[in-house]
Design a protein. Structure first.
Length: 74
């Protein structure tokens, strides 16, 4: 479902988006939607990569051999 919204753009931003729309043969709205989708993919990928980086080294070795009570309650 598409929702109607109104945004204010700088003149240069409007010119840029209008030119992209003209070159691609699509509406200004479609250009904006595509740019938003592209940014969402970039952010999702960055978040996924960050999660993988955070998990590296979180548990060294075989986590199944740890005596958790000894580690937690020393």
């Amino acid at each position: 479902m598409l929702l109607r919204t109104q945004i204010m753009l700088e003149e240069s931003q409007h010119r840029f988006l209008t030119e992209v729309a003209r070159l691609k043969g699509i509406s200004l709205s479609e250009v904006i939607r595509q740019l938003i989708e592209e940014k969402q993919r970039e952010i999702s990928l960055a978040q996924a990569e960050g999660a993988v980086d955070m998990s590296k080294g979180a548990v060294a070795g075989d986590g199944g051999n740890v005596h958790h009570d000894e580690v937690l309650y020393k």
